[in-house]
Design a binder for this molecule. Sequence first.
Ligand SMILES: Cc1cc2nc3c(=O)[nH]c(=O)nc-3n(C[C@H](O)[C@H](O)[C@H](O)COP(=O)(O)OP(=O)(O)OC[C@H]3O[C@@H](n4cnc5c(N)ncnc54)[C@H](O)[C@@H]3O)c2cc1C
Length: 343
Amino acid sequence: MDKILLLAHTQDDGSLPKAAYESLNAAVTLAADLGGAALTVGLIGGDVQAAADSLAACGASHILSVTGEDFALSRYASDTVAVEALVKEATPTLVLAPSSSRFSRCLPGAAYRCDGRIETHITAIKVVDGAVQVQRWYYRQRMVATLSRVQRPWFLVIDSGVYEPWQGAAGSADVQTLEVAIGGDLRRTRVIGVQTPGSDAQTIRPEAKLLFVAGAGWAKKQTDGQLHIKQAEKLILDFINSSKASLGSSKSLVDQSSEGEVISFMSHLNQVGQTGSTPRHPKGLATCCHGEEPHTVGWRFINERRAISLDPNCGWAQGKADVLYVADAFKVIAKMNELLAND
Ligand SMILES: Cc1cc2nc3c(=O)[nH]c(=O)nc-3n(C[C@H](O)[C@H](O)[C@H](O)COP(=O)(O)OP(=O)(O)OC[C@H]3O[C@@H](n4cnc5c(N)ncnc54)[C@H](O)[C@@H]3O)c2cc1C
């Protein structure tokens, strides 16, 4: 009989990230699909009691933890030791965890130490004839594969946005804390501060309902034969700040950063597509973008797609957008900003 361990780590304020509840939902669903597999939750953090209380009703038979100052912050050396201790205690066949940067760093090493195997970027888990199968994408989301393995424990790191977050009443959780000793050499890495960009420069917002994509057209000569880069910058920034959308870009626009006058806040981190990211948002709006395949392949997980382009024969018109507005994006976005300002 399979035994499932759901791993989660707390955030700075002691709460769990949304992705942890999504993975918990995956674990609870998988336990039921396996005919009632035992579920254990393993929490890592400075103090995890509030996090444990928030999922007290999830049906886990045990809630284990590795806590204390040494485990409050992300650090490969201590996180791997913590995961190893949780796995030794719970003896799971399947270990599920959210795809956070902290877990992405430490889980491959932890899986190796536990003589397990690991799959990352999981987008689906199902049980077929009693056997667990997982799904993930390869080659920049062009090929989807269904995998199974015989090696246990099997670590499954689940992409965010795949499952709905688990919801249930908070309660008073009984947490079993494991004693995990950390030698001085494991404390060599210390976090001495966090540097983040200013809030107006923070244009990538994974939780946003809307992905707003700016294409190279914003930096091209317009009908008056002139470039309007500063105007484009203002229109785009005003729009994403008032709509709280996440900013994506085509490759052509971000590549211009090495040439002349460019959209100043755009970087390769914004690039969506085959050689860029594959974000997950319920809706997407592309502007001044042609909609070529290497770009739109990055829209695979955007549910509702709209585009504004001057070209009625652009790629979006070839079945890649649900709605194509053949219009001047400078005018449309200016009007939308006006409406949003009055909202
Ligand atoms: C191996 C490989 C990998 C690639 N990977 C990626 C990738 O990851 N992501 C990616 O994006 N691309 C990628 N590309 C490039 C991709 O093929 C396209 O070249 C790129 O997406 C084009 O960007 P664009 O649509 O913004 O620019 P353009 O093709 O120049 O299109 C600009 C559009 O803006 C419109 N326009 C201009 N002014 C206005 C206006 N005022 N209002 C409305 N519309 C206007 C024009 O009509 C035009 O349709 C890759 C290519 C290769 C070969």
